[in-house]
Write a protein that binds this ligand. Structure first.
Ligand code: MTE
Ligand code: MO
Length: 247
C-alpha cells in the first residue's frame, strides 16, 4: 500500500508539467495495474525532464544489424515498390486529426531530420546498435494536428506474420518524444528490406517489437479496443507481450 501511494504521488507530481491529454491518460494507467506501475515509475524517475534512451558513437555501431520477424513483405505490391526503389511509397496519416494527409518519401526526407545511434533490444535475447535517420514523429503530428480526444498513435505495416497484419501503438508521450522518429536510413544507407524498407518506427525507450517496420500508415485514436484484438500490437494480441515495453 505504501509503495502504491508513493508511486501515485510521484506520478502526479511529475505529471504536473505534462499536457492535459498525457495527464489523464497516464494517471488512469498509473492507478490501473502492474504493467502501468512500471510505466509510471519509468516516467516518475525522469524527475520532470524528458527521459532519453542512451545514444552511442559511430564506433559502437554493430557491424551487422540483423533482421527479425518479417524480413520482407510477401506481396506483389511490395515487390513492385521495391523495383521502383520505393520512390512512390506513401505514408497515410489519419484518424482523429484535423489535417489527414498522405506523405511521400520526398515529404519524409524534406522534414527536419534527426540522427540517432541507439541500441535495439529484442525480447528474444539479442541487441544491436545502429544509426537511424528520419523525421521526428512530433513534426508529422504537428502538421496533422491530433484532436483533444486522441490518446494513442497506431502504426500500420505492410507485412503479415502468420496471416495477420503486424501493427503497433504508443501513447502521446512517446509519440511526441524527441527520439521517436520515422526512420528511412540505417547506418548511412536507405533502410534495408530486412530492417523495414522504406520506413520504420524507432521508439527508442521501448523493446524491439514496438519498432514497427514497413510502415504504411499512422492513425490517431482515442482507444485501442477496436484495433486487432485490442491489446495495442501484434505480439501484445498474441503472446501477452506488454503494451508498454519500457527498457
Ligand atoms: N512490420 C513488422 N515490424 C516489426 C516486426 C515484424 O515482424 N513486422 N518484428 C519486430 C521485432 S520482434 C523486432 S526485434 C524488430 C526487429 O527489427 P529488425 O528486423 O530491424 O532487426 O522489428 C519489430 N518490428
Ligand atoms: Mo523482437
Amino acid at each position: 500500500m505504501k509503495r502504491r501511494n508513493f508511486l501515485v504521488a510521484a506520478g502526479s507530481a511529475f505529471l504536473a508539467g505534462c499536457s492535459k491529454i498525457g495527464d489523464t491518460a497516464l494517471f488512469e494507467k498509473l492507478v490501473d495495474g502492474a504493467e502501468n506501475w512500471h510505466r509510471g515509475l519509468h516516467r516518475a524517475l525522469g524527475g520532470g525532464r524528458i527521459p532519453m534512451a542512451p545514444e552511442f558513437s559511430r564506433n559502437d555501431v554493430s557491424p551487422f544489424f540483423r533482421g527479425n520477424g518479417s524480413q520482407t513483405v510477401d506481396t506483389d505490391e511490395y515487390r513492385a515498390a521495391e523495383a521502383e526503389g520505393f520512390a512512390n511509397w506513401q505514408l497515410a496519416v489519419g484518424g482523429l486529426v484535423a489535417n489527414p494527409m498522405t506523405l511521400s518519401m520526398e515529404d519524409i526526407r524534406a522534414l527536419p531530420q534527426r540522427t540517432q545511434i541507439t541500441r535495439h533490444d529484442c525480447v528474444e535475447g539479442w541487441s544491436a546498435i545502429g544509426e537511424w535517420i528520419g523525421p521526428q514523429l512530433s513534426a508529422i503530428l504537428e502538421a496533422a494536428q491530433p484532436s483533444e480526444d486522441a490518446r494513442f498513435i497506431v502504426f500500420y505495416c505492410a507485412d503479415t506474420l502468420g496471416g495477420s497484419e503486424y501493427y503497433e501503438s504508443c501513447d502521446m508521450d512517446d509519440a511526441y518524444h524527441p527520439q521517436t522518429i520515422i526512420a528511412h536510413q540505417l547506418n548511412g544507407e536507405a533502410l534495408p528490406i530486412r530492417n523495414g524498407a522504406p520506413l520504420r518506427l524507432r521508439l527508442e525507450r521501448q523493446l524491439g517489437y514496438k519498432h514497427a517496420k514497413y510502415l504504411t500508415g499512422i492513425e490517431a485514436v482515442a482507444s485501442l479496443d477496436d484495433i486487432g484484438a485490442g491489446y495495442g500490437g501484434y505480439w501484445e494480441d498474441r503472446a501477452g507481450y506488454q503494451w508498454y515495453a519500457g527498457i
